[in-house]
Design a protein around this ligand. Structure first.
Ligand SMILES: [Zn+2]
Length: 119
């Protein structure tokens, strides 16, 4: 990650740690959610709506958990010095792109080519 200055790396690391904190908070909130906590729905009338809401929350929790893994992966890459390098073509990922998407593991060209999803 020679294309990133030590200051830029610190800035990105801070950004990742902040996102990590936010994501953990979101996951914890979801874990405390009553709809998710109770598996049996008592109320017959609202059960369909509740089930929809439950599925939505499960989806959200899965997405946040996946994002958290991406953040942890990015942080581990900072530690071992491979952060900011495209995993597909080996080219540096620009600081501007990393600032917008600190969990990015592909450069913009490869992202388009591979049609990968990103947060
Ligand atoms: Zn690439």
């Amino acid at each position: 990650m020679e294309h990133l200055s030590p200051e830029q790396v610190i800035q990105l690391k801070k950004l990742l740690l902040k996102r990590k904190e936010d994501t953990i908070r979101k996951i914890n909130q979801l874990l405390e959610n009553k709809i998710l906590a109770s598996s049996d729905v008592e109320d017959e009338i609202d059960s369909a709506d509740l089930e929809m809401e439950r599925l939505r929350l499960i989806c959200l929790r899965e997405r946040e958990t996946k994002y958290l893994k991406k953040i942890e992966y990015a942080l581990s890459k900072i530690e071992n010095g491979t952060y900011g390098i495209c995993e597909n073509c080996g080219k540096p990922i620009s600081f501007e792109r990393l600032k917008a998407r600190p969990v990015a593991i592909y450069c913009i060209d490869c992202k388009k080519k591979l049609e990968v999803e990103e947060d």
